[in-house]
Design a protein. Structure first.
Length: 183
């Protein structure tokens, strides 16, 4: 499969599944927009690996746990590449604590970072895809936490399961091609 002429935005591209997705997309010919936190040197390493393979790559370091940063990320991506054809949503934050020791503030922070940021970014990107008139692909990266409880991870598992459900609802509502994968 070739992705020549396609542009992909990947969040969490500095490490793990996000990095692996970015490398796979670039090896298939896509131009890449990589996102990770502003203090991430790892995303620069991912960009170097992509460029050394001959692919075009842009790094936009924004804290997507903030709504204004999400808007800036999409605006910068569109300003540079005009469109986004593929969006890989891979935001995650986890604070491992036993259920009775997890502070509600931390729970809300994890849910917002992991679920709300993925939802809002997919909404922003989908609106650009629709207005461009060519559609696109949105891929939500989930986790085994979505389907099975893992000790000390309730705050991480809850939004992962909700992310799978919201991707199914989004697909039904838009008729778009949206997938959710467990990492």
């Amino acid at each position: 499969m070739t992705l020549e002429g396609k542009t992909a935005l990947v969040t969490g591209a500095g490490s793990g599944i996000g990095k692996a997705c970015a490398l796979a997309l670039s090896s298939s010919g896509a131009k890449l927009i990589l996102n990770d936190r502003p203090d991430s040197s790892e995303v620069l390493d991912t960009a170097d690996a992509i460029r050394s393979g001959g692919a075009e790559c842009l790094v936009i370091q924004e804290d997507i746990f903030c709504s204004e940063a999400r808007r800036r990320l999409v605006a910068k991506a569109i300003a540079e590449f005009a469109s986004i054809d593929i969006f890989v949503s891979c935001p995650a934050l986890n604070i491992k604590r036993p259920f009775l020791e997890l502070d509600v503030v931390d729970f809300e922070r994890i849910v917002s970072a992991t679920l709300v940021s993925g939802f809002h970014l997919s909404q922003l990107v989908a609106s650009k895809m629709v207005s461009a008139g060519h559609g696109g692909k949105i891929i939500f990266i989930s986790s085994a936490h979505a389907e099975m409880p893992i000790a000390h991870n309730i705050a991480y598992g809850a939004p992962r399961g909700a992310g799978v459900t919201s991707s199914e609802v989004t697909e039904a509502a838009r008729g778009a091609h949206i997938e959710s994968f467990e990492k």
